[in-house]
Design a protein around this ligand. Sequence first.
Ligand SMILES: Nc1ncnc2c1ncn2[C@@H]1O[C@H](COP(=O)(O)OP(=O)(O)O)[C@@H](O)[C@H]1O
Ligand SMILES: [Mg+2]
Length: 406
Amino acid sequence: MNLYSSNARWKWFVLAASVFISIGSIYYTNILVNQLKEQEKQQIQLYAKTLEFTVNQNDASSENINFITQEILFQNNSIPIIITDEREKVIDYRNLKLKDQWPAVQKERYLINEIEVMKGTYEPIRISLKDNGEEFAVQYVYYKNSFLLAQLIAYPYIQLSVIAIFAFISYLAFNYSKEAEQNRLWVGLAKETAHQLGTPLSSLMAWVEVMREDPDLKNRNIAEELEKDIRKLTIVTERFSSIGSVPVLKQENVVTLINNVVNYLRPRLSSKVRIDVYTLSDNINAYVHAPLFEWVLENLCKNAVDAMSSSGNIAIKILRGSEGKVLIDISDTGKGIPRSKIAMVFNPGFTTKKRGWGLGLTLAKRIIEIYHKGKIFVKSSEENQGTTFRIILNASLGYSQPDNKA
Ligand SMILES: Nc1ncnc2c1ncn2[C@@H]1O[C@H](COP(=O)(O)OP(=O)(O)O)[C@@H](O)[C@H]1O
Ligand SMILES: [Mg+2]
């Protein structure tokens, strides 16, 4: 099914496009920031020069020059600056968020703090005060980025985070509603199937009883065989009805359960397929719902047989894992799964078989991960060598059971 591969390609495309747009927008704002920074720096330098010039002007006659310098000095109304003497005593400041009604102590603390911030941003500009060409004092102009510039620097990051958070939330909401819809479909279909099978099954059972009591029935075997098939059908119905409700887990010996499934399957497989169970102990307990767990095993074994074109070995290993886990490895010597397909085998509808439905592994995953709170995954797979699926079950319950605990 290329539905999944094109879906995956789309995801990569969207991801690549968003990374590209993010980098692009950060890059572009960076250019703007640098231009504005350069402009502000020049403005401050001009300001400092003007200041120096005005202070050092001896001849106060030139009205015009005074006018121009005043214009430049008051033109700066966005860049925060502090002017100090050589011992960092504040002489003047401009464009700071300092309120006139603040108490002197607070003002002083604020200014000291601001000077530290400004020192960390730009080197202060030195102004030398001269008398007859001889320096008699020094002043410093400290400055930092204007509020506009500071905002512009932070802007793309804020914008991108807001977009990312929004995208993430919508993705979750979308996935959640998709999953809820799928769940309803599964559950509804399973319940409906079980329900529909139930009526003819109970009537079949009654017919078998009628048959048994018929003294004219010549072949007694027919009733026996019919009953066996009815029993199998009952199990199938039970599976469908349990997947449609919340199954209650019981502590069971998984070695026995697995041997039962294997003994059921063995006579039904081709004689060229070997199936063996390996375990160090005959008694390994885990919390399972037996009918559903058997269904999973049957599905995995059938897939293994399909992968081997009806000759090869299936090995089931049961191990006690650490931290109350039970590990079950199902290995085959079949054709393996190509590396690029491993991530897809659990997707509904994924199949490589002519007559496949691609639901076996989806069902297995649902049963193990949702109903058993366990894990199922492809542990390893080599092309033309074989595949190993691993199931992890819980030997103890780390969560509370839904009602009537067995
Ligand atoms: N043991 C295995 N070895 C190789 N491929 C496997 C094995 N188990 C599953 N697959 C691959 O995963 C696909 C999906 O399996 P499944 O969900 O059971 O659906 P179906 O059996 O109907 O195809 C199979 O078509 C096959 O390509
Ligand atoms: Mg299958």
